[in-house]
Design a protein around this ligand. Structure first.
Ligand code: 3HC
Length: 724
């Protein structure tokens, strides 16, 4: 853990390596500091990491074994470091995150490499810095800056850390030598002024207002997640209490978070996100056997909402892009939109603007000419959700593009195999389902068709990573994973309106659960015409619907024509200023309840002899969430997703599922599968005409098997049907 090989008398160098067992690191640090303290030959100590990295902090897996009530022993070692009579200097290379930055804060001086970055990301794991970070950082950099870092978990580069006062010196190279030099220089000097625990937090005239505003802000943003609020409480303690009492408060809040269940969910998400990157197909192919091909030039077809966002994401990642439209006018509109998105992104991230090649015209080319796509390494088609149009384009691409180029279709539901059938290279065809707005949303569903080759999957996953997205490999079926699960959820929301709810009541229940947007606000934002077009395509409404079909039945399944009726009235959502809500003007964002809609619902219920009833929040949540989860079990059993973790990552990064609830499948595991099954059975008995409420066979099987933990679910799934 620690090696003493590099001792530079009279400076003692403690070089520590992150290992699985955090307690071993803590023990070794303690021994190292104690040894240096008593060794008269040692005049100062430098603490550094190995292989160019200081440390990423505590082992997250280790938290599950910490019992509430334990004080992380790291805290006492940091106290020991700070109390040392010999100057201790942290030499930060790579990164110092979480507990590692707390170690550095316990040191008397901090030197960092120019490329190093630091941060306290504990809040993102449902915790707070539990080794004195919430008490030392405000004493070092003041309350406003400390609140910003601790409540967001953001990382800052060395230059900013220097400006904030977190570090004392930046080095372009030889950070450890510089730290040794500094240690020699300050050896023998008094240390009290460098001990943060002895400092007072700088007082500000408006401190109360700063703290209460911070609390209001985090509560609003956190949507039920406790850790940001507890971080503010801990920082408040640094202002109001002496150091030792502040530490006690920090420990109390840390223990509270540790036992809240949210920390477990957020830590699960941390690992689920990483697990999703390690895709494997049923044939055994994986990122270990198939490598991503280099992609230098990407072509994007279609500059509508999705195409613009995709082009922006690619250019931000410094990729060479050709954007194609079908006529001059659309090309110009699209080009202007992309330029404005890029400008907006650059203003949010000043360093993009400073990069000379960020918007290099040579990187971004707009064209009407299909033949320019000839030498693209990868093409992303992002036109309308129209199968005939997509097939026509793929047929053309197959003839024009060089043999090695990969052909991706951005679709939210359509059959990848059918699109691939229009080409002579189905093994190089893959679905890339971006989420709107594509330059912001992190998720890309990577849809594996029947013939898609592992190299194509690896390349699409590689591209997602390059452009800062989270790719999740899924199988091919209508709606894939995300939208397939969304369908029963949105369907329930509309059925609830038929039965007596108002859109706002349903939205409030789900926003109270933690969603960014309830289903009706979300549908208004996405545009109601999207689903309408899809339902018309499926023959559920519109000219293809058989004459005489009852309004509220399709076959023997319950159907609600409400969304179709809204569209027939020109109510497409935000963009038309009317949808499930009304807006001040088309494109405005604030959703207001619309008396027209409420009267419309009353007339609709009368016309269909539906007696409105009061529906409580519990029923709203259970019907929407449990039917979504039920579809998730069906998806696992069908082999469309390879793991519950994949589904959870999709829901968190694509659909605004509250992260502190861990995703729908993790949430199901916390509720307990027997309860979910019992509720679905109850609701499906009350609504036998809603087949999606009938519990999936896989869910029943898992309950029968005694509700095994989530990690074991897939060992009981029907693997022979895997679509991956
Ligand atoms: N604990 C356990 N495992 C960790 C870890 C940690 N703190 N940080 C990274 N890992 C693991 C990942 O799970 C992954 O494992 P895998 O290869 O088996 O999938 C591997 O390390 C590599 O991680 P990434 O794939 O994320 O690699 P990147 O290079 O993309 O990112 C990183 C590296 C920036 C360090 C990123 O992993 C990260 O942000 N880690 C979390 C850091 C963190 O939150 N630290 C605070 C811990 S809490 C703490 O210190 C408590 C204290 O206050 C008491």
């Amino acid at each position: 853990v620690l090696n003493y090989a590099s001792v530079h008398p009279p400076v003692h160098l403690l070089r520590y390596t992150v290992v699985q067992d955090i307690s071993a690191v803590v023990r070794a640090l303690e021994q190292g500091v104690k040894k240096a303290d008593v060794d008269p030959a040692v005049k100062a100590v430098v603490i550094c990491g190995t292989n160019g990295t200081f440390s990423a902090g505590a082992d997250i897996r280790g938290f599950s074994s910490i019992q509430a009530g334990d004080r992380p022993s790291l805290a006492s070692v940091i106290d020991l470091i700070e109390r040392s009579e010999k100057p201790v200097v942290a030499a930060i290379e790579g990164m110092a995150l979480g507990g590692a930055l707390e170690v550095a804060l316990g040191c008397h001086y901090r030197v960092a490499h120019a490329q190093a970055w630091v941060g306290l990301p504990e809040v993102t794991l449902g915790l707070l810095p539990g080794a004195g970070g919430t008490q030392r950082l405000p004493r070092l950099i003041g309350v406003p800056a400390a609140l910003d870092l601790i409540t967001t978990g953001k990382h800052v580069l060395a230059a900013e850390a220097l400006k904030l006062g977190i570090i004392d010196e930046i080095m372009e190279e030889n950070t450890i030598d510089a730290a040794i030099h500094l240690a020699n220089k300050v050896s023998g000097q008094p240390l009290n002024s460098r001990r943060l625990s002895l400092k007072q937090v700088q007082s500000l005239p408006n401190m109360d207002a700063i703290l209460s505003e911070a609390l209001v802000k985090v509560k609003k943003q956190a949507r039920g997640c406790l850790s940001p609020e507890m971080c503010v409480q801990a920082v408040k303690a640094s202002v109001q209490l002496p150091f030792t009492e502040g530490i006690r408060k920090e420990r109390e809040l840390f223990n509270l978070l540790l036992s809240s269940g949210q920390a477990k969910a957020l830590q699960y998400v941390f690992f689920a996100q990483r697990a999703a990157q390690k895709w494997t197909t049923s044939s055994g192919a994986s990122w270990k056997t198939a490598s991503a091909q280099p992609i230098r030039k990407v072509a994007v077809i279609g500059l509508g909402t999705m195409g613009r966002g995709i082009v922006t994401s690619l250019v931000k990642a410094k990729m060479s892009v050709v954007a194609l439209e079908q006529d001059q006018k659309q090309l110009e509109v699209g080009a202007r939109a992309v330029t404005s998105l890029l400008e907006r992104e650059a203003s949010k991230m000043p360093w993009i603007g400073q990069r000379p090649d960020a918007c290099d015209p040579a990187l971004l080319q707009f064209t009407l000419d299909f033949s320019v796509l000839q030498d693209a390494d990868l093409v992303i088609e992002a036109v309308f959700e129209d199968m005939a149009l997509k097939k026509e384009i793929f047929h053309k691409l197959s003839a024009i593009c060089k043999p090695g180029s990969f052909l991706c279709t951005n679709t939210s539901a359509l059959d990848i195999d059918e699109i691939a059938s229009a080409t002579s290279r189905p093994h190089q065809v893959i679905g890339t389902h971006f989420f709107s707005p594509a330059h912001v949303m992190k998720l890309v569903e990577i849809i594996h068709g029947r013939h898609t080759s592992p190299i194509t999957i690896a390349t699409a996953m590689g591209l997602a990573k390059t452009i800062g997205k989270i790719g999740v490999v899924v199988g091919n079926c209508f709606g894939f994973v995300g939208n397939r699960m969304m369908a029963p959820y949105a369907e329930q929301a509309v059925f609830l309106l038929e039965e007596g709810c108002k859109p706002k009541e349903v939205d409030q229940a789900l926003e109270g659960f933690g969603f960014n947007l309830g289903p009706f606000r979300m549908l208004d934002l996405a545009g109601l015409d999207v689903g309408w077009r899809s339902r018309k395509g499926q023959g559920l409404t519109g000219p293809k619907l058989a004459p005489g079909t009852p309004a509220r039945l399709r076959g023997r399944r319950r159907y609600s024509p409400l969304p179709d009726l809204l569209c027939e009235n020109g109510r497409y959502g935000q963009k038309t200023g009317r949808g499930w809500y009304q807006y001040e003007k088309p494109g405005a964002r604030i959703a207001n309840p619309d008396p027209w809609l409420h009267n419309f619902l009353i007339r609709y219920r009368d016309a269909h002899h539906i007696k409105a009833r009061f529906i409580d929040e519990e029923e709203i949540l259970e019907r929407c969430l449990y039917t979504l989860i039920n579809e998730g079990f069906q998806i696992l059993d069908d082999g469309i997703a390879s793991d519950p973790e994949d589904i959870d990552v999709i829901y968190i990064y694509g659909y605004g599922w509250p992260k502190h609830r861990g995703g729908p499948m993790f949430y199901a595991s916390t509720i307990g599968l027997p309860r979910i099954l019992a509720k679905l059975q109850k609701y499906s008995e009350a609504h036998p005409d809603i087949p999606r409420m009938q519990p999936s066979a896989f869910l029943k099987k898992l309950v029968f098997l005694g509700n095994p933990p989530l990690k074991e679910w897939m060992s009981h799934a029907g693997h022979q049907s895997s679509k991956l």
